[in-house]
Design a protein around this ligand. Structure first.
Ligand SMILES: Nc1nc2c(c(=O)[nH]1)N[C@H]1C(S)=C(S)[C@@H](COP(=O)(O)O)O[C@H]1N2
Ligand SMILES: [Mo]
Length: 405
């Protein structure tokens, strides 16, 4: 891609993301970005990150390259990044930083990071953080939003305190039903909605935590330092980063990012067509079953005489992975891959491997398909149902390599 072109694209995406996902801007982004030539690792690294696939630098939109997905944990410095608003504080004073719990609570409280770490029980959970728009480029026709490839996801071990314990400290008022979460970043224009997401109080469980550590280190700045919400099993749009305000309400608030974004058709197939959009929508919420081949990557050459170890990861919304299967005959027959021991728990990636010996030289397609303990199976890419936001893509993954004798 020409340098000039690249900047033009970067600016268009940045502009649209900065202003928020009004239909017009989102549409503009979809029309201007060409997914294929965007799938390149940048030469520039952001703080605490190695170079990543870069869609915008303001706000930062960084994708993890496919080859990283061969292990159950994703390194912090390769973990993808997504922000909606561009003015992200570059300095957090930990002496002053606190998370405020306000609204329909008995006592409004401000809790410092130090208090969270010393006066609340520390808990840990390993969980996949996946954007609802991960692999959006696979939808045909193109849908609006960031044109992510396969790497708008990652899996980390999160450490922090239970949301439940923090809410209990403030004490809920009678009738309290929703909790809203807001981070420290700001929009360019006052008119732009804050990125606030809400969770239903009766859906809060012990694994929903306010995390201050990721894979044994303080959260990286771009992944929400110093504190973020972790909701295992659901898409990451509500995993608010740089969390500073928790607002309890009795009624649902009217919020742009709850009412207009991150919603899918509220019908049995969760699908629609561009000419006939669904009248009713619902939040995307629980993740469906999914898997990805991290190695080999499409385009590489494999020696026919050598064994090839296919590696990748599989996950779902917490029911647990049952099988990962590999096909080398375009889905006619399937063989079980070997899964890791699953000791990271039901919300984590399961790393898999499968050893194959190419039968002949020429083009070889390798497909991988996961199923979960609830009986859900990934569909073939051609059977994926379309939705206008390009959410929840989970088509069977495929890479194509060249076998040489
Ligand atoms: N404060 C804040 N938190 C946020 C967002 C945001 O824009 N601001 N985006 C959400 C979305 S849509 C995603 S996909 C994840 C991305 O998390 P990551 O940047 O750590 O990968 O953060 C979520 N939390
Ligand atoms: Mo997202």
């Amino acid at each position: 891609m020409q340098r000039r072109d690249f900047f033009k694209k970067a600016i268009t995406v940045a502009g649209s993301a900065a202003i928020g996902s009004t239909t017009l801007e989102a549409k503009e982004a979809a029309e201007t970005v060409h997914p294929v030539d965007n799938q390149k690792v940048s030469e520039i690294a952001f703080p605490q990150k190695r170079p990543l696939i870069t869609y915008s630098d303001r706000p930062p939109l960084l994708e993890t390259p496919r080859e990283v997905f061969t292990t159950a944990l994703t390194p912090n410095d390769l973990f993808f990044v997504r922000w909606h608003l561009p003015i992200i504080p570059t300095y957090i004073n930990l002496r002053k930083f606190s998370v405020t719990v306000e609204g329909a609570v008995k006592n409004e409280i401000k809790i410092s990071l130090h208090t969270l770490k010393t006066e609340f029980k520390a808990v840990e959970v390993t969980a996949v953080l996946q954007c609802g728009g991960n692999n959006r480029t696979a939808f045909k026709p193109t849908t609006s939003g960031i044109q992510w490839g396969v790497g708008a996801m990652g899996c980390a071990r999160w450490k922090g305190v239970r949301l439940k314990d923090v809410l209990q400290k403030a004490g809920l008022e009678e009738g309290a039903s929703w909790v809203g979460f807001n981070g420290e970043e700001k929009a360019v224009y006052n008119e732009t909605a804050d990125f606030i997401r809400e969770v239903k109080i009766d859906e809060i469980h012990d694994d929903i935590i306010l995390a201050y550590e990721m894979n044994g280190e303080a959260l990286p700045y771009l992944n929400g330092y110093p504190l973020r919400l972790i909701i295992p099993g659901v898409y990451s749009d509500s995993w608010i980063k740089m969390l500073s305000h928790i607002t309890v309400t009795k009624e649902r608030q009217k919020l742009h990012f709850m009412d207009h974004a991150y919603r899918i058709p509220d019908n049995a197939c969760e699908c629609e067509t561009p000419d006939n959009l669904a009248a009713e929508t619902k939040p995307i919420e629980k993740m469906n079953v999914n898997s990805l081949i991290g190695y080999p990557q499409s385009g590489i050459k494999i020696k026919q005489s050598a064994e090839l170890i296919v590696r990748g990861i599989a996950f779902d919304g917490g029911h647990g992975i049952k099988t990962v299967q590999i096909s080398t005959d375009n889905g006619a027959t399937w063989n079980d891959a070997t899964l890791d021991d699953g000791s990271q728990g039901p919300y984590a990636y399961r790393a898999f491997s499968y050893t194959l010996k190419p039968q002949s030289s020429g083009t070889l397609n390798i497909l991988c398909k996961a199923s979960n303990k609830k009986g859900e199976i990934q569909p073939f890419a051609k059977d994926i149902k379309w939705n206008h936001g390009g959410y929840k893509y989970n088509g069977i993954d495929e890479v194509t390599v060249e076998v040489v004798s």
